[in-house]
Design a protein around this ligand. Structure first.
Ligand code: FAD
Length: 326
């Protein structure tokens, strides 16, 4: 949602975070503390990644359940469909809905290394198909339309479409690594919107123009859903190099070189936070909010919000709190 028109005070844009499921008990403990700290800034949601092929299913669910049980934050589950049969994908979505998760980031995921991505593995070929499946499973579980009222025989009410709350999808401002060109990235995003996605979250990008140009092309191509910029404060040269490998998005030399030559850890932290805050400030004029990749640490993302003056919710913006409806 965007700011109410005519309101003299611009409400704080929605902030959201991404986490990944921890691999050890110690990491899980630390993550609990991180979630508590992130929850204090009242994010719109916190998303939890999912290992393609389901390798992290139980660990992802544990983190999502922690949020449901210990915070007021809306948990968003990443789900991938590559390699799944229809029956498996159905079961997966049901399991998350049963756990009380109503927001999803629907992804295709990447085929196992070495596999031909165009070869037929599994039934679901694209994120758009998973978006459709999430809506279908939800409707089967809880048909909307006429519904009985428990305890009042014969009485019915119109049940509003209650869930899912959000079905988000990925977007690639600098192009998906396998995309044939900018046009295809917009077509794929539009197909996901047509399938029922109501939010897009971008892959990392390092220049405001990448995001702003992408949004412009998406709008021209008919995409109407909000496109949240995904931004990560990167505070070590090793992590920046790793991100380039993982995402295929070339690291920016104006960050890579300073990180490379800076020996002091505190100064590295400042460099990464400053870069991310400057990027966020540039896109925020046009963006519907800010999605921050945390690498499971709260310090750097909270410092970015501090730099932007977005850490605390102003008292007058009390009505802008993201209330959960369930
Ligand atoms: P899709 O939208 O289905 O397609 C991606 C690309 O594939 C398109 O841009 C296009 O180039 C090509 N393509 C799609 N359909 C067609 C078609 N019909 N014909 C030709 N080409 C086509 N991965 C994980 O494993 N777990 C995660 O938790 C996870 N979280 C992510 C979060 C975000 C915000 C982002 C941006 C990515 C995430 N990924 C995650 C990575 C993602 O799974 C990969 O980038 C994957 O390669 C594409 O997934 P998608 O949902 O974008 O796929």
């Amino acid at each position: 949602g965007s700011a109410p028109v005519g309101d003299a005070v611009r409400p704080r844009p929605p902030i959201s975070f991404e986490l990944f499921p921890p691999r050890t008990d110690a990491a899980a403990l630390a993550l609990g503390r991180t979630i508590d700290r992130l929850a204090e800034v009242d994010p719109a949601f916190i998303s939890v990644t999912f290992g393609a092929g389901g390798s992290s299913r139980d660990r992802s669910l544990t983190v999502l359940r922690y949020m449901l049980e210990h915070t007021d934050v809306e948990p968003m589950a990443h789900l991938t469909c590559v390699g799944s049969s229809h029956a498996e994908a159905n079961r997966l979505v049901r399991e998350f809905l049963d756990a009380g998760i109503t927001s999803f980031l629907a992804l295709r995921g990447d085929p196992p290394e070495g596999a031909d991505p165009e070869a037929g593995i599994g039934d679901l070929r694209s994120a758009a198909e998973l978006v459709q499946l999430i809506h279908r499973v939800q409707e089967e579980r809880e048909p909307y339309g006429q519904a009985g009222i428990p305890g009042i025989p014969g009485a019915t009410r119109i049940r509003e479409r209650p869930r899912p709350e959000r079905v988000a999808v990925a977007a690639f401002p600098t192009g998906h690594p396998r995309s044939r060109g900018f046009g295809q990235d917009i077509d794929v995003l539009l197909a996901k919107e047509v399938a029922g996605a109501n939010l897009a979250i971008t892959q990392l990008f390092w220049h405001a123009d990448d995001y702003l140009g992408f949004v412009e092309r998406a709008r021209a191509g008919g995409v109407t859903i909000p496109i949240l910029p995904g931004i990560m404060p990167v505070t070590t040269p090793a992590r920046l190099a790793r991100l380039e490998q993982l995402t295929g998005v070339p690291a920016p030399s104006e960050l890579a070189i300073p990180l490379e030559i800076e020996p002091d850890a505190d100064a590295l932290f400042e460099l990464g936070v400053d870069f991310a805050a400057a990027l966020a400030a540039e896109v925020l004029a046009d963006a519907p909010g800010l999605h921050l990749y945390t690498f499971n640490r709260h310090e750097a993302v909270l410092a970015v919000l501090d730099r932007l003056g977005l850490r605390t919710i102003p008292a007058h913006a009390g009505t802008e709190r993201n209330t959960r409806t369930r």
